[in-house]
Ligand binder design. Sequence first.
Ligand code: CU
Length: 181
Amino acid sequence: MKTLAVAAAAALLFTPAAHADPAKVAHTSAKFESYSATAKAVTYDAKVPNGARVTVVGVPAVSGGTSVLLVLKGLLPNRAYGAHVHVKKCGAAPADSGPHFQNVADPVQPSVDPAYANSRNEIWLDVHTDANGFAHTESTVDWQFTERHARSVVLHNEHTHTSPGEAGTAGPRLACVNVDF
Ligand SMILES: [Cu+2]
């Protein structure tokens, strides 16, 4: 274990500074509440109840990828929710969080082309809650946030679609949590 830790520290120290703004660990833990300027997690729909809890952790790997973990407590039981990393912060309106973050941006917006709107080019975090309204998932992609950043995770009403013309869509936006990726 000690050797591993030293190796990891050394790898971090000797990773060349390829960009001015190196990838960092992102973390938010919050309770969903109505929108305010200080709310970290905002609900727009009773399908994500006030007081439900969310934790998001984003970890850049030394190997160059990124893992994002999503944990949810207090949602409706036995239910599918879609979830993705979005570009902008949560706002008063569900649309304020903007589009999905894409590593390679689709020249056509809104992006519904599976060549761009897929779980390797975007971060998808769909979940299905258990009988207690608890759910967790994790997604790993092979790229990192560098000059461009993402600011939120949005929960949607259904699991994410994948066919041409609707890829990346997952129904209405129910809730949003600010995360400084
Ligand atoms: Cu989304």
